[in-house]
Design a protein around this ligand. Structure first.
Ligand code: SAH
Length: 254
């Protein structure tokens, strides 16, 4: 660690506390999957507790890839030099795996969207996020921070808040607070049109203060569009369950 120059641009804040690392890894349930993909392993503090399992590491920084290959030689074929946001699990025929990571802060929303994109392959995720992101994804209707990510994550996953992590256990010390959460996939995954749901939720929240009959004008080609329930509400007033109902209405009416 001493000789390494940290790249703040890549959100490199390395966890120093092994007990916390162990505690994070111990939250993986290994129920219904046997492969774990770690995002941004850095210097491998979480990785060291994962190596008895089938594990893949995805790291964007070439220098760290070199370091990881030296330190985990047995796994060198499972260390992938790639931007996670561009990684497609089908490239390595992965169809059922958990995600773990002390995620790079500035792209955590994008990471969550990437997980959502492949949610049919990902039954579980244990991860450390910036406090504000955790708040956002756990928000309920009516709250200021309730938005696209809250609805979409809560549609696909049950979220459990696990614990807070103090700033001083990282090197260098970040400006933000972090918390660890778990996401466990719900069973309703295939009961609705995922693309349509994404489109509805994104369009509705792009104009969150407008009534849905205005913000969702895009769907007015649908027969009897104005008979869909909830159209007099605003995006921020609609629960996750109601968004699902809305999607199903649009789909069946179409
Ligand atoms: N897991 C380590 C490192 C956390 S810092 C620990 O807990 O100490 C975040 C890590 O994510 C860094 O190693 C950084 O290089 C990596 N990273 C940043 N952006 C990434 C991306 N788009 N894809 C994959 N890894 C990324």
């Amino acid at each position: 660690m001493r000789s390494y120059i940290f790249r703040k641009k890549l959100d490199q804040y390395f966890l120093k506390d092994k007990n916390i690392a162990k505690k994070i890894v111990n939250n993986l349930s290994f129920k219904n999957y046997d492969t774990v993909v770690e995002v941004g392993p850095g210097l491998g503090i979480l990785t060291q507790y994962l190596i008895n399992n089938n594990v893949f590491l995805i790291e964007i920084d070439k220098k760290l890839i070199f370091f990881l290959k030296q330190n985990f030689p047995k796994y060198k074929n499972q260390i992938i030099h790639k931007d996670f946001l561009k990684w497609n699990p089908e490239e390595i025929q992965l169809k059922n795996f958990a995600i773990i990571g002390n995620f790079p802060y500035s792209i955590s929303s994008k990471i969550l969207f990437h997980i959502l994109k492949y949610s049919h392959y990902i039954p579980e995720c244990i991860g450390m996020f910036q406090k504000e992101v955790v708040k956002k994804i756990m928000s309920k209707k009516g709250e200021k921070t309730y938005g696209i990510l809250s609805v979409l994550i809560q549609t696909f996953y049950d979220i459990k808040y696990l614990f807070k992590v103090k700033k001083n256990v990282f090197y260098p010390i970040p400006n933000v607070q972090s918390s660890v959460i778990s996401l466990k996939r719900k069973k309703n995954d295939i009961l609705f049109n995922k693309n349509l749901l994404f489109q509805c939720v994104k369009t509705a929240f792009n104009q969150r203060r407008k009534k849905l009959k205005n913000s969702l004008q895009l769907f007015d080609y649908v027969n009897n569009f104005y008979e869909i329930p909830f159209l007099n509400k605003r995006a921020e007033e609609l629960s996750v369950k109601e968004f699902l109902q809305l999607t199903k209405e649009i789909e069946t009416i179409k």
